[in-house]
Design a protein around this ligand. Sequence first.
Ligand SMILES: Cc1cc2nc3c(=O)[nH]c(=O)nc-3n(C[C@H](O)[C@H](O)[C@H](O)COP(=O)(O)OP(=O)(O)OC[C@H]3O[C@@H](n4cnc5c(N)ncnc54)[C@H](O)[C@@H]3O)c2cc1C
Length: 336
Amino acid sequence: MGVLRVGVLGAGVVGVTTATELQAEFPTASITIIANKFNEDTTSEIAAGIFRPSPSFAGPTTEITSQWIRDSYNYYDALRRSEQASRAGVSQVSGYILSSVDPSLVQNHFLERTVPLYRRTTEEELKLCPGNWKYGSYFTTLVTECTKFLPWSLERFKQTGGKVVQKTVTKLQDLEHSFDIVMNCTGLGAKHLCSDDKMVPIRGQVIKVYAPWMKTFFYAENDTYVIPRSDGVILGGCRHYDSSDISLSPHDRAAIKERCFKLIPSLQKARVLQEHAGLRPHRSVVRVEPEVLGKLKVVHNYGHGGYGVTAAPGTSKHALKLVQQLHLSTYGHSKL
Ligand SMILES: Cc1cc2nc3c(=O)[nH]c(=O)nc-3n(C[C@H](O)[C@H](O)[C@H](O)COP(=O)(O)OP(=O)(O)OC[C@H]3O[C@@H](n4cnc5c(N)ncnc54)[C@H](O)[C@@H]3O)c2cc1C
């Protein structure tokens, strides 16, 4: 019996966290990342990267989803506290979520149980931004800049003996001779690869501006957000369900600017650095489960929608447990 061979299909935030966690858990295994896109070509690089699961974000059960969120937060927070924090692109940020219509919009049961601070705003704080804000919360969370996190993780993976192959895979079974187990972290690619009709692209667009005076994040209605990072401030956003168009829309650009400038008027003088559009790989229930396809064992880990940066380390940890179960049921401890 030789060395355990694991293929990680996908090099977005889900693939790279799965691969680096696999290395830590199975140090003797041979691990290869296979992907057709890396770093700036992935959806992950477009993400604002704030740790903020929607209350509607769902795994198979509430208990499992809560565990994913806790595990993810602990993973990023440990990185933030380490000397690698700035190279890995992880930092702490605090800010507001505001609503003029619905108090439930400023509540978040995942965050309230996870982050170090989550409290209701004071009356004075509700007057910080123009508008008739009635409800608000202030909280402290994390931001992970995938522009740094992906290349840093890939480098760490290679230095620890991991292999990286650039290739398009059209059928999972094509990998059965090369690997004992394949981790399917293909995001929206899984829609075709697994004929998964539950996968839906949700189009988003963001503008990165130079506004170094912004130190606090703001969320408001209509998917409006302003998120300060080390490389600029991300202004968003929009959510177009079942839209696959990744060209930049002048209408979305105008709408994002209008909403963000109304919320924070000083942003009108900010210089535009970059603009991006991308497709969130949405699935009503994120798929983290094993499947046996002929001779190939697969562990799926995809469908994180608008919360892949937030949840990737947690779902990857879950996927690793499934690898252990699949593997032990076949080989016992012999290849571990
Ligand atoms: C505008 C916008 C803002 C966002 N903001 C946030 C945020 O603030 N916080 C947050 O948590 N999330 C955010 N997200 C969501 C986040 O970007 C995604 O959930 C996350 O990137 C999904 O990661 P992934 O690794 O599954 O997919 P991807 O990053 O798309 O990676 C998929 C990988 O699989 C590979 N692949 C796919 N199919 C194949 C194939 N057939 N053969 C070979 N390789 C294949 C691709 O090449 C790629 O390497 C945002 C998304 C958008 C669009």
